[in-house]
Design a protein around this ligand. Structure first.
Ligand SMILES: [Zn+2]
Length: 242
């Protein structure tokens, strides 16, 4: 993506073209709906999966406005935005939900989509626990679609008392409790979920389509902060105890 291309591209979530700089990245933040590169990539992936469908039930954590408006319009009462701090999301009627303590109470076989971007790095408990219950809550045809920030090096987590400075240094942000390391993905996330660790957005859309919605080339393949993972209900690896 060049600056010239960003001038002609359109947000595939809201149709806006008011691109803003964010976090040292030039002209990639949608000033209209607030989408990031990863938000637009997720929309492309969901479109390719033909999800959501009217009548679907969606559980959406950290419900960013662009996707939230789309899900709400498509699914109405079936759309359930949730977050530990609903006040951050005034655009939606967000349910207060703590992924540490509340996932075990989710109903089984109930959600056609579970969606979240950059949430799991904030959750101070076992990922195996959280992912088990999210997949238990999926319907048999359900999909779990998400992204996490993926950093260089290896996995690390710390649920103890962390200073903001220490958390930022180790995990990339003051309120993160873990880092997903690119070098050992097969030994953390890859051990829990059967997801494609060879991400390729071109499997979903052409180069021209990705440029048209302002997805920078560096975020189209590989493991990074915009990699969109897709897992079916039975792609959770630790559930079969037979
Ligand atoms: Zn937008």
């Amino acid at each position: 993506m060049t600056d010239a291309q960003s001038l002609t591209s359109v947000c595939n979530i809201c149709g806006g073209s008011d691109w803003k700089d964010i976090n040292m990245r030039a002209a990639v933040f949608c000033g209209t709906c607030g989408s990031y590169e990863r938000t637009r990539a997720m929309k492309l992936v969901l479109d390719s999966l033909d999800r959501p469908q009217p009548g679907d039930r969606i559980l959406h954590f950290a419900p960013e406005k662009g996707l939230s408006d789309w899900f709400s319009k498509t699914c109405g009462v079936g759309y359930e935005p949730a977050d530990i701090d609903p006040s951050i999301y005034p655009h939606a009627r967000v349910r207060q939900f703590d992924l540490v303590t509340d996932t075990a109470s989710l109903p089984s076989n109930s959600y056609d989509l579970v969606v979240h971007n950059h949430v799991l790095e904030h959750i101070p408990c076992s990922l195996a626990h959280v992912l088990f219950h999210l997949h238990r809550a999926l319907t048999p045809r359900g999909k779990h679609v998400f992204s996490v920030p993926i950093m260089s090096g290896c996995y690390e987590e710390d649920f103890g008392e962390l200073t903001h400075e220490n958390a930022t240094k180790r995990f990339g942000q003051f309120d993160h409790v873990r880092r997903f390391g690119r070098d050992d993905m097969d030994r953390h996330l890859g051990q829990l979920l059967d997801v494609d660790l060879n991400y390729n957005l071109y499997a979903y859309r052409s180069r021209s389509e990705l440029e048209a919605c302002n997805i920078p080339e560096i975020y189209r393949t590989g493991l990074h902060s915009c990699t969109i993972f897709v897992a079916g209900k039975y792609d959770y690896k630790l559930a079969n105890l037979a």
